[in-house]
Design a protein around this ligand. Sequence first.
Ligand SMILES: [Zn+2]
Length: 94
Amino acid sequence: MASTAKYQCANPNCGAWFEARTADRARGWARSCSKRCASIVREKAIPDMFGQKKKGPFAKWVDRKLSQAEADEEMHEEAMQDCTSGWDEGGWRD
Ligand SMILES: [Zn+2]
C-alpha cells in the first residue's frame, strides 16, 4: 500500500493542495496538482534551472536568449541549439 501525503501545487498561480504518493515526490515527481500545472511549472523551470546551475556570463547569455525566445518560438529552438553547440569552442564572451 502506497503512502500518500498532501502537497501544495508547484504552480504559484494555482497553489492547490493535492494528494500525492511520497515515493513519487522522492523521485521529483508529483510537483503539481494536474498535468496542466505540471506543464506550466516545467516551462517556468527551464530558465530557473539554467540560472541556478550556470552562474556567470553563460547564465546571463542563456537568460537573454530565453527572454528573446519568449516572443518567438523559432528563436527559442535556435537558442536551445546554440546552448548545446559551441561548448568546446572556448570561453563565452558577454
Ligand atoms: Zn495546480
